[in-house]
Design a protein around this ligand. Structure first.
Ligand SMILES: Nc1ncnc2c1ncn2[C@@H]1O[C@H](COP(=O)(O)OP(=O)(O)O)[C@@H](O)[C@H]1O
Ligand SMILES: [Mg+2]
Length: 197
């Protein structure tokens, strides 16, 4: 299976672009969705988080207290590493499992932290979804209920835009409005179909 690693900073447009590939009947594996499912009540990662970090991170309905955990790991790099050590191996194992079941000319694997987790070699081609930081911050502000300082903390915890672009085999620029994205996706789709042969 020819594997495209789709990555980019928070709010740069990864999910938007993934949806356009889905519309072309291309399989999309989403590391964020997998991570989300792994911390659902009773699931593997949630159990490990409760054991490791303490039950105060679990709400009374057995769901994860996301905002408490987010604040905890952004304030303490060591805690963040510990959380990553729980989540990342489980996420990558599930990606492998999903890949083994696909029938699609090629696969998009959306991994926001592809470069941060040094997993570039997992994929054959790195597609970076890019826009200037100012636009990125504005889009996150509109989408999520996060403060400026929370958004800045997330962006600072990710690799720099320059480093991400250095790793790119292809780039989709999402600066322009949504209507400009379809053409960029179609062009890459034709290229990926050829490369996948
Ligand atoms: N080219 C674009 N023009 C305008 N808004 C966009 C564009 N691309 C994405 N958005 C909007 O910006 C927000 C972040 O995009 P999203 O795809 O969710 O980013 P990511 O998955 O990288 O965090 C969403 O609300 C989305 O609708
Ligand atoms: Mg997304």
């Amino acid at each position: 299976m020819y594997k495209i690693g789709l990555t980019g900073g928070i709010g740069c447009g990864k999910s938007t672009i993934s949806d356009l590939f889905k519309q072309l009947a291309i399989a999309v594996i989403d590391a964020d969705e997998i991570a989300h499912a792994l911390v659902a009540p009773g699931q593997k990662a949630l159990i490990q988080i409760s054991t490791h970090f303490g039950s105060r991170f679990i709400n009374s309905d057995n769901s994860l207290n996301r905002s408490l955990l987010r604040d905890c790991v952004f304030q303490d790099p060591e805690k963040r590493r510990q959380l990553e050590n729980i989540l990342h191996p489980l996420v990558y194992a599930e990606i492998d499992q999903q890949l083994s079941q696909l029938t699609s000319p090629y696969a998009i694997i959306s991994i926001p932290l592809l470069i941060e987790t040094r997993m570039q070699s997992l994929v054959d081609h790195i597609l970076v979804i890019d826009c200037p930081m100012e636009i990125q911050v504005n889009r996150v502000k509109l989408r999520d209920r996060l403060s400026d300082s929370q958004i800045t903390a997330i962006i600072n915890s990710q690799v720099s835009r320059t480093e991400r672009l250095t790793n790119a085999d292809s780039i989709i620029d999402t600066t322009q409005g949504l209507s400009s994205l379809g053409q960029q996706v179609n062009t890459l789709h034709q290229q990926f179909l050829k490369q996948a042969q």
